[in-house]
Structures are given as C-alpha cells and as structure tokens.
Design a protein around this ligand. Structure first.
Ligand code: ADP
Length: 506
C-alpha cells in the first residue's frame, strides 16, 4: 500500500494499493490485445478519445489542481499553469497536428531509381511503458501518454510513488473518458514495480526522472534492444548581460529558480551575471525574493518540497558551499532551517565552479550567483557541467542573444525568459549530454512512438531491373554510366546511352 502524506501539512491523505508484481505479464497481455484494435483506428478516431478526455479535465480542472497541489506541496496556481495547462495544450496540439505528422509522407526518389515512388510510413510500436516522476506528475505523465496513444500504441503508466494520488487521478480520468479496455493501464508502486515493468519487454520505454535511474533503465533496455527516450536532469544556466532589462531579469530569475520550489529539471540552477552590474542585480534579486510568499494557500507563490529525500541533497550542497567560503545572500544555513518541508529560498555568492552546488543538480530552492567578465567566458562556464537541458540568455542585444544561444550545448535556450520552451508543443523537448537521450513534443513527440518505415513502390510492369542479374558485361557500362552521372557537369547524352546499353544486357 502506498501511504499518501501531504508534504505541506504532513497529514496522511490517502492510501493507494500497489500493483502486485504478479500482474506484470497480465498488464502486457492486456496491452497487446488492446493494441490489435486500437492501432487499427485512424489518428482522427483516436483523437476523439483525447478530446473527450480534454472535456473531462476542463470540467474537473479545479479539483485536479487541488489533488496535484495536495500530493506535491506545490501551490495550486502552479498545478494549474504548469501541470494542467500543458496537458490540455498538448491535447490541442496532438489532435490538431497529429494526423498530418503521422500520415504517409512522400519523399523524392533519385533518378537512378527511375520509375519508382518513395514514402515514409509511421507504424505504431505496440505497448509503450511510461515511467514518470513526481515534480510535474500530471504533465510529465500525460504528454508522453497522449502522444503514444495518438500514434496508435497502448500504454502502461508507472507514475511516481512519491505522488500516487496524481497517478490514481490520471487513471480515473482515462476511465471516465471511456478509453477501450487495456488501452491505458496504470501500475502503481515504487522502483520495484518500475523495474518489473521495465523487465517485462515493452516495445518502447519513455522515462522521465533522475540520471541514475535513467542509466539503469537504459542498461535493462539494451539487453533486448528496446528503444527508449530518457528525459533526465539539468543544471540550467541563466545568463544576464549588463544591457538586459534588469528588473525583468531579476523577477525572471526569482521565478526560474524557485518555481515549484526549484524542483524542476529546467529551473535556473546557476545564475551568471555580468560583473559590471553584479551588485546592482543582486540587490534587485534579493528584493524580488523578499516579496515572495511561501505557503500552501491560494495566494502563496512558493510551496513546499515534495520528496523528503530531496531536502538532504539540498542541505549537503549548501553545507559544502558554505564550508568552502560561499556567502549566504538570502535564506538560512541548514542548521537554522525550520522543521518540515518548506525550505528557505536561498541565494549564495562567492562560489567556485568545482563546488557541488555548481556541478550537481540541486532540485531545490538554491541559487548560486556567479559574476562573469565577457561573452566567451560565460559560454564556457555555462557549458561546464555534465548536463545540458535548458538555458536562458538575457540581453537587449538580439544578435548577442542569438550568438550566445547557438553556442550553448543545451536542448533548448530561451531568450529573455526561462523554462517556457517546454510550453510550446511545436518545439522539440529533450536534453544533451547527461540530460537525456531523444526528443518529444513537436513532430518527434509522435514519431518516436512509431516505427519509421521506408516504402519504395514500383508498378511491377517491367520484366527486370538494370541492377539485377545477370551482371555479365555490365561492369564497364556501369562505370561509364556513373561517371557521366556523378561528374561535375552531368553528361545526359552519355548517361542515356549507357543506361540503354545496360538495359539491353538484361
Ligand atoms: P526521482 O528521484 O526524481 O523520483 P527517480 O529516477 O528515482 O527520480 O524516479 C523516477 C521514476 O522512476 C519513478 O516513477 C520511480 O518509481 C521510477 N524508478 C525508480 N527506480 C527505478 C528502476 N530501477 N526501474 C524502473 N523505474 C524506476
């Protein structure tokens, strides 16, 4: 049984039965059986189910936001804007563009394959296993689920055991929307359940979570060459140049660092500020942070942490930094933290690039601020971690912003804002380096859940082809044919002559 404790209040708010490991095969069998029918529907027919789900989510929006907020400790406004809204917008995007993205695409056929036509077809893979995390428990489960479903797959979701109420809520929503039996199944439980389903030979694994677990999953998947998408951590840099709108950048930094209590793979975890404005910017930032209200009511800005174990990671990083000379600008040293899951919003300066606080993902309300001299230096500092998920560049100089953005080794870069690239479902989403493998959202978001199949069509009327047997006498003719074709100025006369001569050899 998964006992549900509300992180903000410490109260027990429910119990969710775990899926017994003996059910793994049954889930896969059900998923495979349901796939036979579900995959036969057209994208538009499947879209009708998604639209029904959308109506239900819209009707129950407030209630769902409260469940997410209770289960995670995040403020209810963030449940709405960062979990529910992206899910609904994902449905809009998929239902609007899915048919076009997944339909057979005609591509050019080279002249040497004369008389043939070429197409790409997208064929659903089968049963997709989606393992999702606790920080955005609705969005990060739903968007891959909806994409996999629209592409014709059936889905097994293993939501995070840290936020099981949201997992249950998702299961109930799909039941209410009337998806056929076995098309969506939810397996509740922790890492043992996740591991058992990973070992159950799904046709695809879509994982969002820590780098550590991502690597385990990739190893298990490799045994059977199961394709995966891994959406992992980040240590995202925010770069503020002296010519930025500083008030906006300070407000932006406070939000980008502390939204969802910093438990965001794309939150600003390193703030680089141009040296000439460093003191000025720091005081603007502190002022913004002082104005934030922490709590769990509707008026609060920042909620509690979600996962108790995460507090220890944040504490370790902060202690390491302080003991190595870092200076607290806001917040408290760990020994003065109050009990419970609310952490002080913490800004530190005087850090060096080797510290854990700079190199390791914090996933909490911890923001180191680092001065930089020039463009070249800040690009090299920003790229100096094992991660590369998102980044932001703040300046009024559009050329400079684009130049810096192009040089960052990052899955996404936002200019004069942060994080929000994920909110455009038309853009690919994913990481570089240890932030992950693969992309979703955009066209990739639907196509990853399909076998991309190359089709070449011949009308079958000719008796033979020039590249078929017999080869007798063809070698010198092919030599001339290819020379005439691939030389700098194509010789069409010679090409036609040799083509006909080879044809005669058939
Ligand atoms: P976090 O610490 O951010 O929760 P995890 O990577 O531990 O990140 O968890 C993300 C998801 O992966 C959760 O649903 C969790 O239950 C699941 N999980 C954890 N370990 C494993 C594993 N060995 N195999 C499969 N799933 C796992």
């Amino acid at each position: 049984m998964l006992t549900v404790i509300a992180p903000a209040t410490g109260k027990q708010i429910g119990d969710i039965p775990e899926t017994p490991l003996s059910q793994v095969d049954i889930f896969y069998q059900k998923g495979k059986t349901a796939f036979l029918q579900w995959s036969k529907l057209t994208v538009l027919e499947r879209a009708k189910y998604l639209l029904k789900l959308k109506i239900i989510i819209v009707e129950q929006m407030e209630g769902i936001a409260k469940i997410i907020s209770e289960d995670t400790g995040k403020v209810v406004t963030e449940a709405l804007i960062a979990d529910i809204m992206p899910t609904l917008d994902g449905i809009d995007h998929i239902t609007k563009h899915g048919e076009k993205i997944l339909k057979r695409q005609k591509v050019k056929t080279p002249l040497l394959l004369i008389g043939k036509k070429s197409f790409i077809e997208y064929m659903p893979r089968g049963v997709v296993l989606i393992i999702s995390p606790w920080n955005y428990p609705m969005q990060l489960a739903m968007v891959p689920m909806l994409s996999a479903l629209a592409a014709g797959n059936t889905v097994i979701l293993k939501p995070s055991e840290v936020t099981p109420l949201v997992g249950k809520c998702i299961e109930d929503l799909f039941i209410k929307a009337g998806f056929p039996e076995g098309v969506v199944q939810v397996a509740h439980g922790g890492k043992e359940v996740g591991a058992a389903f990973t070992n159950g030979k799904p046709d695809y694994i879509f994982f969002t979570g820590s780098v550590r677990t991502g690597k385990i999953i990739q190893q298990v998947a490799a045994k059977d060459l199961i394709p995966t998408t891994l959406e992992l951590g980040g240590k995202d840099p925010m770069i503020v140049f002296a010519d930025a709108h500083l008030e906006r950048a300070a407000k932006g930094a406070a939000w980008a660092a502390f939204t969802n209590s910093g438990q965001v793979c794309m939150s600003a975890e390193r703030l680089y500020v141009e040296k000439t404005i460093f003191p000025q910017f720091l005081s603007l930032l502190k002022k913004e942070i002082m104005d934030l209200k922490q709590g769990n009511d509707q008026e609060a800005d920042v909620g509690s942490m979600t996962f108790p174990a995460q507090l220890q990671i944040v504490k370790d990083q902060l202690e390491d930094a302080l003991s190595n000379g870092a200076q607290l600008e806001t917040g408290l040293p760990p020994e003065k933290w109050a009990k419970g899951m609310f952490l002080p919003l913490t800004v530190v300066t005087n850090v060096n690039h080797q510290m854990k606080i700079i190199q390791e993902e914090s996933f909490g309300p911890l923001l180191p601020v680092i001065p930089f001299e020039n463009e070249e230096e800040v690009i090299s500092l920003a790229n100096d971690t094992v991660y590369g998920l998102n980044a932001s560049v703040w300046t009024r100089d559009k050329e400079k912003a684009r130049r810096v953005a192009s040089k960052l080794v990052s899955g996404a870069v936002v200019i004069n804002d942060a994080i929000i690239s994920i909110a455009n479902h038309g853009l690919p989403f994913g990481g570089t380096k240890q932030s992950g493998i693969g992309r979703y959202h955009g066209e990739a978001g639907l196509r990853i859940f399909c076998h991309e199949k190359a089709i070449v069509e011949d009308n079958g009327q000719k008796k033979s082809e020039i590249h078929w047997y017999p080869y007798r006498g063809k070698f010198p003719l092919f030599l001339q044919l290819f020379k005439s074709y691939f030389q700098t100025n194509r010789d069409w006369v010679k090409f036609a002559q040799y083509y006909l001569r080879i044809l005669k050899k058939n």
